[in-house]
Design a protein around this ligand. Structure first.
Ligand code: 5GP
Ligand code: MN
Ligand code: MN
Length: 474
């Protein structure tokens, strides 16, 4: 069993033993640590610490839980110049899955009389579930390639949104070095008919309202005032991203031995960043990420139209769009030296500190918005990157799953859940009975505790809480 040493009430260390090249560091309170009898995530933190080229530590965020190879909530950086590896399992199957928060001009009391109309309008324009169509009918493979290369930028070019949206997107809406040619035929086939669709289960579009403000100055810079109605969208790169991950894991499994790499778990398949296989993965991952960015842009624009139609308020402005499943080449200071690192964030959000050059000018002084969904009917948080920016400037990405889908399904019924939500004033649209039950709030950790742990560990500052008003579930 993995032994934890308490460094502070919010930070635990797994000392480097055996093949581990660096220690593990888990940011969490004792209550939030995974239960070793039910969840092997701590062992996964230790296993990630064996990866070639890993620097500093194998990190985990307070919402951590078991994942494919890497834990969800895992952050690991490898030194590109010292044979550091990239691992598809460190990004996850839903490449560039992430969240976008749009702000309306309405107060909750102004929306209330029109809430049903708004939810019906959203219900009508947001495609969801498996293979249920999409907002955008691509003209064929040539146009899919434009999406893969241009992400949200291409979507805006084609009239799906406003140029100002891009200022508030991570990477200004598109990841560089995407190569559509690195994406296989099966992934392309899956991607053609899904751009502009929510997906299933954990993905959602939620209407929320600012319910609490913790940091006046940053909240003001973000435009988060009490009662302000907003829309939170959580989705990723759909079947295309999933297929890219599957194909890449297979390709890396086949070449690891040739590079002299051995890993304690097959799911940690990887290759040196600078190898042809590493480069092929990063090019395909970037293209899949752009598909995810375009997807969120399209759904944001569809929500804008629904708002306009139902409330007369078409002014949804984008606060931020950020992914929580990605590997990025970044420069960080490690042991007093600037190094080129491949930073894997899997179920972890980039949290750029105040002053960072990648931030839009009007947010630079206060740091990056970190968007943290809680669970259905419970609400969400907005945090901000901190000056100390630990774990390569990363923070939690949600409350984190506590029960498996199967356990969740056994614990409640969809009808009961729907009634509880309606009772609490949360309108529900979409969602299969099974999907709804799998997503019961009891299936997730306590988001208040997770966010407080993030705040006290210095990963990100609490700025505001958002209360749910209506949810469209995938
Ligand atoms: P993931 O990317 O790991 O699938 O999900 C991210 C987080 O979204 C989860 O850890 C959970 O806290 C949150 N989440 C899942 N479903 C919902 C929902 O319906 N509403 C809100 N606000 N959050 C959710
Ligand atoms: Mn996802
Ligand atoms: Mn996600």
């Amino acid at each position: 069993m993995t032994r934890l040493v308490e460094e502070t009430p919010y930070r635990w260390r797994i000392d480097a033993e055996g093949p581990m090249r660096v220690p593990g560091v888990v940011f969490a309170t004792a209550d939030l640590l995974p239960d070793p009898s039910a969840d092997q995530a701590l062992g996964q933190v230790a296993a990630v610490a064996t990866l070639p080229g890993i620097v500093e530590a194998s990190y985990a965020m307070p919402d951590m839980h078991w994942g494919y190879g890497f834990p969800i909530g895992g952050v690991a950086a490898t030194d590109v110049e010292r044979d550091g590896v990239v691992s598809p399992g460190g990004v996850g199957f839903d490449i560039s899955c992430g969240v976008r928060l749009l702000l309306s001009g309405l107060r909750l009391d102004e929306l209330r009389p029109r809430l049903d109309a708004l939810m019906d309008a959203l219900d009508a324009v947001i495609p969801r579930g498996m293979s249920k169509g999409a907002v955008w009918h691509l003209r064929g493979q040539a146009e899919l390639e434009e999406v893969l290369a241009g992400g949200a930028r291409y979507a805006v070019e084609r009239g799906h949104g406003e140029p100002a949206d891009l200022e508030r997107c991570e990477d200004r809406g598109a990841v560089a070095d995407a190569d559509p040619a690195a994406i296989g035929a099966r992934a392309r086939e899956r991607g053609l008919a899904q751009v502009g669709s929510l997906g299933s289960g954990n993905h959602f579009l939620e209407v929320e309202a600012v319910s609490e403000v913790y940091d006046e100055e940053i909240a003001q810079a973000y435009g988060l005032w009490p009662g302000r109605v907003c829309v939170l969208i959580h989705t990723g790169s759909r079947g295309l991203g999933h297929q890219v991950c599957t194909d890449s894991v297979r390709a890396m499994e086949a070449v690891m031995a040739r590079y002299g790499i051995s890993v304690p778990d097959r799911q940690l398949a990887c290759a040196p960043v600078t190898s042809p296989e590493g480069q092929a993965y990063l090019s395909a991952m970037a293209a899949a990420a752009n598909y995810g960015r375009a997807n969120r842009q399209l759904l944001g624009q569809a929500a804008r139209r629904a708002f306009e139609q139902a409330t007369g308020d078409g002014g949804l402005s984008l606060l931020y769009d950020v992914s929580h499943n990605l590997a990025k080449l970044e420069t960080h200071h490690v042991e007093g030296r600037a190094r080129r690192l491949c930073v894997h964030r899997k179920g972890a959000t980039l949290a750029l500190p105040p002053g960072h050059e990648d931030l839009p000018e009007d947010l630079r002084a206060v740091g990056q918005p970190v968007l943290v969904p809680g669970s259905m009917g419970v609400g969400s948080y907005v945090l901000a990157g901190t000056p100390s920016a630990p774990a390569f400037a990363s923070a939690c990405h949600g409350a984190g799953r506590r029960l498996s889908r199967h356990q969740a399904l056994k614990s409640t019924s969809a009808a009961r859940l729907r009634a509880e939500l309606e009772e609490a004033g949360v309108a529900v649209r979409g969602a299969s009975a099974r999907g709804l039950a799998e997503e019961t709030p009891h299936a997730y950790k306590d988001v208040d505790a997770v966010v407080t742990a993030c705040h006290l560990a210095g990963l990100a500052r609490k700025v505001a809480k958002l209360a749910p008003v209506g949810v469209v579930k995938g």
